[in-house]
Every structure is written in C-alpha cells, then in structure tokens.
Design a protein around this ligand. Structure first.
Ligand SMILES: [Ca+2]
Ligand SMILES: [Ca+2]
Length: 219
C-alpha cells in the first residue's frame, strides 16, 4: 500500500513539474530582414521606414527623423513587433545610428513594456549621458522620466552596427542594457510599473538601422 502511494506521489510530482514548464509559455522571435520585407513590424509612420540592402545584407531602416509635437514629450518614431507581448525577456539586436557622428545626443531607442502610445518604457542609447540621453526612461501618461539607477556608459560613437542586449526580469523589476563587448550592463534600472507589453525599435529624433533582432521570453 505504501509503495502505491509513493508511486502516486511521484506521478503527481511529475505532472506538476511538466505543467509548470508548459505554463512558462516561452515565445521566440527572430527577424534578419533577409526576405526584404518588414512584415513582422508595425511602424508608427510607415513612410519613414524601409528595408534596405547594403553589402548583400538587408536591414530595417528608419530613414527620416521624427518630429516631436505631441502634448507630452516622448518618442514617437518607433516600430513595434506585431502581435507579441512579453513579460520577462532577453532581446539581442544589431543597431546603428545614422546621424552625423559629431551630433551630441544621436540615438537609437528600444521600446518595451509598451501598452499604448503614452504608457511604455524605452532604453535610449546615445553618445552622451545626461538626464534623458543614454538612459532608461518611462512614459506614464506624462513627459518621459528617467528611471536609470546611477550613471551609464555612452556608446554609439560611429555609424557602425553595435550589438545590443536588453534583459528584463519582472519579479525583481530589473532592466539591464548591454552594448558590444561589455560584460556588465552599461545601464540598469529597477521598475515594475508595466509588467508586460510589446517591444519595438526606433530613435528619439535621429535616423537608425536595425538587424538580427532576437527575443526569447515569456508571454
Ligand atoms: Ca539582415
Ligand atoms: Ca537624439
């Protein structure tokens, strides 16, 4: 009798174990734009975006700078991945800013936790650091506000592609951004305001290119 109850306990444990795995609902995304289209993406203004070919490689290009004339100060020119919401995730991509190299504040942004146009986070990656450049910010129904912990290390000092990795952990609230070969994050924040949302790429007010976007995360 004891043996049977031990076997039943094992079966229950196993079922719980496999259920907890299926509940994780990992979702993956990858786009290298090599089919020449941006069919997985929803830009704010499609006229400003195109897929371009350079050195036998296709990438997603924000070709026209944004005009910021919204009631609140926030990024307007970004393109969101269609149909996917993430809680915890790790995203890697290649990104380059195409604005003149000596322009202070030239940037690319990664939008995440996007609920709607006035509720989202963004990582602003730039060649200078101050309150709103090279920082992690939140748009929560008002002008964007930095949530960066401490200082950040500026990057994007040329027109080349840079490797960028963004990680978000909902339970701890931790957000980390890595650039190129840095083994430690160049910027971090802790925030739990928006616990899930869509992800996108863009620039605050410059031109930029994006490629090899990979995301693994939970729904
Ligand atoms: Ca490509
Ligand atoms: Ca800028």
């Amino acid at each position: 009798m004891k043996k049977i109850s031990i076997i039943i306990s094992f079966i229950i444990l196993f079922v719980n174990f496999t259920n907890s795995f299926s509940q994780i609902n990992l979702q993956r995304f990858f786009d290298n734009f090599e089919d020449g289209t941006a069919k997985n993406w929803q830009p704010n203004d499609p006229k400003k975006w195109e897929v371009v070919k350079e050195n036998n490689n296709y990438y997603y290009n924000l070709k026209t700078q944004a005009e910021i004339n919204t009631p609140i100060r926030r990024p307007v020119e970004f393109s969101l991945i269609k149909g996917l919401n993430y809680t915890d995730f790790t995203m890697t991509l290649k990104a380059k800013c195409l604005r003149t190299v000596d322009r202070k504040g030239r940037d690319i942004i990664i939008v995440f936790g996007y609920r709607d146009d006035t509720h989202f986070y963004y990582a602003h990656i730039s060649n200078i650091h101050d309150n709103v450049h090279n920082s992690i910010l939140i748009v929560n129904g008002a002008d964007r506000k930095p949530i960066l912990s401490g200082e950040s290390i500026p990057g994007l000092k040329d027109k080349k592609f840079h490797n960028i990795r963004l990680r978000r952990h909902i339970e701890s609230g931790l957000i980390e951004v890595y650039v190129d070969d840095f083994e430690f994050p160049v910027m971090t924040a802790v925030d739990k305001t928006f616990k899930s949302g869509r992800i996108g790429v863009g620039s605050f007010d410059d031109t930029a290119g994006f490629d090899d976007v990979k995301i693994i995360g939970k729904k």
